[in-house]
Write a protein that binds this ligand. Sequence first.
Ligand SMILES: *Cc1c(COP(=O)(O)O)cnc(C)c1O
Length: 365
Amino acid sequence: MPRPIEALIHTEALAANLARARQAAPDARVWAVVKANAYGHGIERAFAGLRGADGFALLDLDEAERLRRLGWRGPILLLEGCFEPRDLETCSRLGLWHAVHCDAQIDWLAAHKTQQPHRVFLKMNSGMNRLGFRPEAFRGAWARLDALPQVDEISLMTHFADADGPGGVARQMATFAAATRDLPGERSLSNSAATLRHAASVGVTADWVRAGILLYGSAPDHPQHDSAHWGLQPAMTLRARLLAVQALQPGDAVGYGGHFVADAPMRIGVVACGYADGYPRVCPTGTPVLVDGVRTRTVGRVSMDMITVDLGPVPAAGPGSEVTLWGRGPGAAVLPIDEVAQAAGTLGYELMCALAPRVPVRVVD
Ligand SMILES: *Cc1c(COP(=O)(O)O)cnc(C)c1O
């Protein structure tokens, strides 16, 4: 028997979350952002749930190739564009659209030999200061691209730094609007947080939204709002079983370092999941977990292959009982990945992307 741990990818949840993005941005087309192997879900595994998107956005040319191999003939956008000149050959061969964020990428295009002109997304740095042309350089870059026979349609994009936080989107939107006022072309501004939180700001959803985290059922602005608030469903479940049960007496310590000490008699369960499966080692005692669908907490340190949980709220649990680390439990129980991430001091994004290769993954409907 394999070690009793697995991850489930919920096709219906992906499709429902995509529908949620459409509902939030009814006039826009939706890029399903599937970078980082579909945020750890697996591009091939997520494809069935997301194939209703208008296009797929990602970073790696390998991942674009995998999407074409799945039979996807629609738009694919490279969010960071090309990394070296010969990537343009892959773009020509696979019909990829690509971001252009710097002068070197324009130089490479000017030297590229292609039958088929490329659709490009010219990126503005409207305040985040990672990628893109500054507003005052944007028109010049646009004019250079527009003069190239290698370039077909030019779309305009930018990325928000604080759509999920108090900074909001207004400043960057104003910067973008001012610097693009007379330029033709489709626009793409919003990530998940902007799509869900700022859809009422005129122009924010524009022609294309770039939906990432929301597709996977994590709230982009947790803990201010949770996934239930936004009507999102978990697309990934990580579950395992109890390997053993220990009866502790007052004064008994648990796990490496003996960091948790029982102050009364208690039963603890030993779960077949550890940090080598992608469960964060930094999760402290008290991190939420479901046993047989009942909410309880971890106790003691997370080790490589095991964690220990308080069975107080689930007296009937024993070896073989189902443990939900995040996602869907038995019945209607749900443990949002965001709650576990919060206990670990991080985001749902990091946890789902870090699911370890040794965990077997199954796609369910
Ligand atoms: C990752 C990414 C997104 C998606 O962000 P989410 O917060 O996951 O919705 C959108 N746009 C760009 C440029 C990205 O890199």
